[in-house]
Design a protein around this ligand. Structure first.
Ligand code: SF4
Ligand code: SF4
Length: 78
């Protein structure tokens, strides 16, 4: 069963990332079309949109919310 992070209680300490519990998502720049749908889905402010979207691995909490909204399947676990 996948674990989920509650954005209301996470304090961003990074301990879960250090332990390998959290696997940050990444965007494939070759397939991203820059639609911005993923940016709106991220409750942690981890995604910024430039020409294509970029996920900051230090902010991503592996909640998975961004992945299903991508119309081209450009988001995956690192
Ligand atoms: S999985 Fe996606 S929506 Fe969730 S925190 Fe990471 S970048 Fe944001
Ligand atoms: S939803 Fe997918 S195509 Fe749209 S900006 Fe995000 S990664 Fe790129």
């Amino acid at each position: 069963m996948p674990r989920k992070v509650n954005p209301d209680t996470c304090i961003g300490c990074g301990a879960c990332v250090d332990q390998g519990i959290i696997m940050p998502r990444k965007v494939n720049p070759d397939t991203c079309i820059g639609c911005g749908a993923c940016v709106d889905q991220c409750a942690f402010g981890a995604i910024t949109l430039e020409d294509v979207s970029v996920i900051d691995p230090s902010l991503c909490q592996d909640c998975g919310a961004c992945e299903p909204v991508c119309p081209v399947g450009a988001i995956s676990e690192e």
